[in-house]
Design a protein around this ligand. Structure first.
Ligand SMILES: *[C@@H]1O[C@H](CO)[C@@H](O)[C@H](O)[C@H]1NC(C)=O
Ligand SMILES: *[C@@H]1O[C@H](CO)[C@@H](O)[C@H](O)[C@H]1NC(C)=O
Length: 498
């Protein structure tokens, strides 16, 4: 009989099962039938209970009435609340190497069980603070350098994704490093959402994202002059930035727990909406995968942005509109429009035939995508991510845009950037030219605007092909590293103006 009775008792304690793995719940009943006092009634909490039972208002009132207790406590808010709620003034929830300073001792706790009408709210706050603490310790474990190192440390970056004949600087790392901090922030925010329904925790999402992006922006990398050519150890460099970023998360945890603000929000914003009330803990694999894919994508993008690589499209899916047809192996059809990923390969031998103008082909390294270490990045990700970035900021989607858009997406709940990995807006910023308008214009040889890949495929652009707009076309040419490049106009009888 005994084993099955024990199972029944466990099944009656959903809060125990849902608790984060790191901090095994302390409110175990010590006997099979024993309950933990009045507080046990509230163990089955859900995110929405926070608002249903007006816990935010309750906490504000507690905060206002207990300023003295907080300033007297060496552990600030957490210490004061721990003392008030559980009779434990050492409840600091600091990240200082101790495993136990945020434990919940709720079972038969006399202080808590004597709080009458306040028991529910008190319990919700205790549980939420404890789980917020597991969030901060959990991201530390998710962002280990091992996974990043394996994905990013290789000496083939430049040779795989870079083929232009003059190797200039082979892509400075600077741009990647600038974005890494934002990506770590996105990953950390993603970790904090814990599968909560989008929008349910908007206020907390705002605090979380601004806090996470702010935390990582404090890290100043000292590899800004390195290039991909030199950096076989890109993984090591990115890894060290990630680890440095995590030190800021420790600071964030400690400030919040003590009752201070971090990046403009105190702990009440993080707890709002019940964001952490039923938080299941950091899904480390999901966070590590999303982060790795975003960092791999960002690195490839940086190399692509130094070459003649672009996205062209905007005509009907399936083409047949008199403006040529693109490579069907590198396309995305969105809202009835087809978009293609291109690389204009220059001729690498002296030639007087039309091959002197080069041809369009698959960008270097695309054949490596979707497998092995590049498994999480596909051509469709490159196209989708770049199109979204172009729609937001044209050819000027930069690190600031990336940070503010990620923050807005999470706090206003219109997207979960972390869950999108490499397809998230701005991971790729390959320049886009929308040639849809050319269908209704009479440009010379316009049936060659789009071409499939191939050694004999040379697009011909005799006019302001991008959105029918001369300035846009110039900007596109420039963004795609084709200033002064004669190939796309080699058949034009008049100067097309770009
Ligand atoms: C804070 O500490 C002072 C000095 O020890 C004491 O007089 C006061 O009552 C304390 N306040 C609270 C709210 O505990
Ligand atoms: C790209 O966008 C299209 C249209 O929005 C979508 O159907 C497709 O799943 C996206 N692909 C990826 C890899 O995200």
């Amino acid at each position: 009989m005994l084993p099955s009775l024990a199972l029944t008792a466990v099944a009656l304690l959903p809060a125990v099962q849902a608790a984060p793995s790191n901090h095994q719940p302390i409110h175990h009943p010590s006997g099979i039938y024993r309950r933990c006092g009045a507080v046990s009634k509230y163990y089955n909490q859900q995110t929405s209970d926070w608002d249903t039972y007006k816990t935010g208002d309750w906490l504000n009132t507690w905060w206002d009435n207990n300023g003295g207790l907080m300033s007297n406590s060496s552990a600030g808010f957490a210490g004061a609340f721990g003392q008030w709620a559980m009779g434990n003034p050492d409840w600091s929830c600091r990240d200082d190497g101790s495993d136990s300073d945020c434990d919940l001792q709720l079972c038969d706790n006399r202080v808590l069980n004597d709080r009458g009408d306040d028991i529910r709210s008190t319990y919700y706050v205790l549980e939420s603070v404890n789980r917020l603490h597991t969030y901060f310790t959990g991201i530390g474990e998710a962002f280990t350098t091992t996974a990043l190192g394996a994905a990013l440390s290789k000496d083939s970056w430049a040779t795989t994704f870079y083929k232009d004949k003059d190797d200039k600087s082979v892509g400075a790392l600077k741009q990647v490093l600038t974005l890494v901090t934002t990506i770590v922030g996105v990953g950390a925010s993603f970790a904090g959402l814990g599968g909560a329904a989008a929008g349910a925790i908007a206020g907390a999402g705002n605090a979380l994202t601004n806090g996470a992006v702010g935390a990582t922006n404090n890290v100043m990398p000292d590899h800004t002059d390195d290039t991909f050519q030199k950096s076989a150890d890109l993984g090591g460099i990115l890894g060290s930035i990630v680890v440095d970023s995590l030190k800021s998360f420790t600071t964030a945890n400690n400030q919040l727990m003590s009752g201070q603000s971090y990046s403009g929000a105190d702990i009440r914003s993080y707890l709002s909406g019940g964001a952490f009330l039923a938080y299941p803990g950091v899904d480390k694999n999901a966070v590590t995968d999303a982060m790795t894919n975003m960092l791999v994508g960002t690195s490839i993008n940086q190399l692509y942005r130094t070459q003649k690589i672009f996205i062209m499209g905007g005509g009907a899916c399936g083409d047949n509109q008199g403006i040529g047809s693109g490579p069907q192996e590198a396309t995305v059809c969105r809202d009835g429009k087809a978009w293609y990923l291109y690389y204009w390969q220059e001729n690498d031998v002296v030639s007087t035939t039309s091959h002197q103008w080069g041809w369009v082909a698959s960008p270097p390294g695309v054949d490596q995508l979707g497998q092995n270490e590049y498994e999480g990045v596909k051509v469709e990700d490159i196209i989708n991510s770049s199109l979204d970035a172009y729609n937001v900021a044209g050819y000027n989607y930069n690190a600031n845009t990336a940070a503010s858009r990620a923050s807005d997406a999470i706090s206003s709940a219109w997207a979960s950037p972390g869950s999108q990995g490499a397809s998230w807006e701005g991971i790729f910023t390959v320049p886009v030219c929308d040639v849809g308008a050319a269908v209704d214009f009479e440009y010379q040889d316009k049936e060659y605007i789009l071409q499939p890949y191939g050694h004999d495929s040379r697009p011909v652009w005799c006019g302001p092909i991008c959105s029918g707009d001369a300035q846009k076309t110039k900007d596109f040419i420039s963004a795609a590293n084709m200033d002064g490049f004669e190939s796309p106009k080699h058949l034009c009888s008049e100067d097309p103006g770009y």
